[in-house]
Design a protein around this ligand. Structure first.
Ligand SMILES: [Zn+2]
Length: 186
């Protein structure tokens, strides 16, 4: 098992994608913004229980801009930034993918963090492995700390949607395990 005391002095910025006027994607009677907030709040509880500090970019149905989210990550002495999103596509598309970006920030660290989180979500929830991907998204490009953007699954696919509806605690557990694995392998 991974040691959790490695997180004690760390500061995490957790970002629930979308919010407020921006619902994100929709499918199977769910809004992305609600799923992301639930998972982030469950993850916050788990991380806080280790004694680590957590800063949320939002804790209710509001819309911080992408610039706001980047600022929060960069101006609080944070160590790690994790953004949670939900995918959409044709009903046959499913699975989990995790993004990092090598253009600006500590590239190998972001990639390592993406690898560990992806691995845990795929195994804990039995998600299809869509892989880790290098992509420029504002919140992982301009944050100056190891940063990842997780696409939990496809809300437009019925099997993924069932998990996104009922297994939010397990997604939080998986992301938490991925963070622990990252710290334990440092
Ligand atoms: Zn999104």
């Amino acid at each position: 098992m991974f040691q959790s005391n490695v997180l004690e002095s760390q500061v995490f910025v957790l970002d629930a994608g979308h919010g407020g006027k921006d619902p994100g994607t929709t499918g199977n009677n769910m809004f992305e913004k609600d799923i992301t907030l639930d998972v982030i709040e469950l993850l916050e509880k788990k991380i806080k229980s280790t004694g680590a500090n957590v800063i949320l970019t939002r804790n209710s149905d509001t819309y911080p801009t992408l610039d706001d989210r980047v600022k929060i990550a960069n101006q609080n002495g944070a160590d790690i930034f994790v953004s949670v999103h939900v995918n959409s596509g044709p009903s046959t598309a499913y699975g989990t993918e995790t993004y990092y970006d090598t253009s600006q920030n500590p590239q190998s660290e972001s990639k390592k963090l993406a690898t560990e989180i992806q691995k845990q979500i795929v195994s804990l929830l039995g998600m299809k492995e869509r892989g880790i991907k290098n992509e420029e998204f504002k919140v992982i490009t301009y944050t100056k700390i190891p940063s990842v953007l997780v696409e939990l699954g496809f809300v437009t696919n019925s099997e993924d949607a069932n998990k996104l509806a009922d297994q939010r605690g397990l997604y939080a557990d998986a992301i938490y395990n991925g963070i622990l694995a990252y710290y334990n392998n440092k």
